[in-house]
Design a protein. Structure first.
Ligand code: ADP
Ligand code: ADP
Ligand code: ZN
Length: 214
């Protein structure tokens, strides 16, 4: 199954993607995680991307498109994948369409996770991310068992630089302006499954799997 998780920053895409990986046994492809790994490794791509990420802007389409195109051709993608945080612009969506066409593949579903803005701000403000494995926690809604330590790998958890208040506002504005139009883009193709993204994490997961029929 090839699916896209679409939704604003803080909607729970990463959280739900991890549950879907276990259920469907297909990889999560998170462009945010890929970029943060490149930043951490100090690669030229990471250094370029960081300037945009720190400001809450999108990294230029050509960089992202190249990164994803390469990733989709790896062996673990043959049974499908979960795209998390990509595409984020109509240009990226069109490029994805071309890449899929060249691979004789097509998308099955676009899950649109819908969460009110007030909740997004609270979620992002309390988000903690594992420095080693990228797992997400929330200081109130989903704390790790030991404060500051990842349950999965024991690594240290931290607050992402771009999860501070001013940058969050900018990212939400960028979402409304550049990414939200993808909902009608994919609606025109009959692919959108709207899922309310508020409530308990397992309940949202049940809504998603019901929408996918899995
Ligand atoms: P969130 O889900 O909280 O918005 P991500 O981890 O998906 O965060 O993205 C973090 C940052 O990485 C974005 O603000 C943007 O700068 C960059 N980024 C991630 N994915 C893309 C993409 N598909 N296109 C452009 N920039 C991206
Ligand atoms: P995204 O990838 O869409 O930016 P995340 O999955 O990282 O979102 O979730 C953002 C924050 O909200 C994290 O701290 C996560 O633990 C928390 N979170 C995720 N789902 C829920 C939920 N249903 N209720 C409350 N908090 C949640
Ligand atoms: Zn970890």
């Amino acid at each position: 199954m090839r699916l896209i998780l679409l939704g604003p920053p803080g909607a729970g895409k990463g959280t739900q993607a991890k549950l879907l990986v276990e259920r469907l046994q297909i990889p999560q492809i998170s462009t945010g995680d890929m970029l943060r790994a490149a930043v951490k490794d100090g690669t030229p791509l990471g250094r370029e991307a960081k300037q945009y990420m720190d400001r809450g802007s999108l990294v230029p389409d050509e960089i992202i498109i190249g990164l994803v195109r390469e990733r989709l051709q790896r062996a673990d993608c043959t049974r499908g994948y979960i795209l998390d945080g990509f595409p984020r612009t109509v240009t990226q969506a069109e490029a994805l369409g071309k890449t899929l066409e060249a691979l004789h593949a097509s998308l099955d579903h676009v899950v649109s996770l819908e969460v009110p803005t007030e909740d997004l701000v609270l979620r992002i403000a309390g988000r903690r991310t594992c420095r080693n494995c990228g797992d997400m926690y929330h200081v109130r809604f989903s704390p790790s068992k030991t404060d500051g330590r990842c349950d999965a790998c024991g690594g240290p958890t931290y607050q992402r630089d771009d999860d501070r208040e001013e940058t969050v506002r900018r990212r939400l504005a960028v979402y409304a302006d550049q990414t939200a139009p993808l909902i009608s883009f994919y609606e025109a193709r009959g692919l959108v499954r709207r899922v309310p993204g508020t409530g308990e994490i397992p309940e949202i997961f049940r809504r998603i799997t019901a929408a996918l029929g899995t």
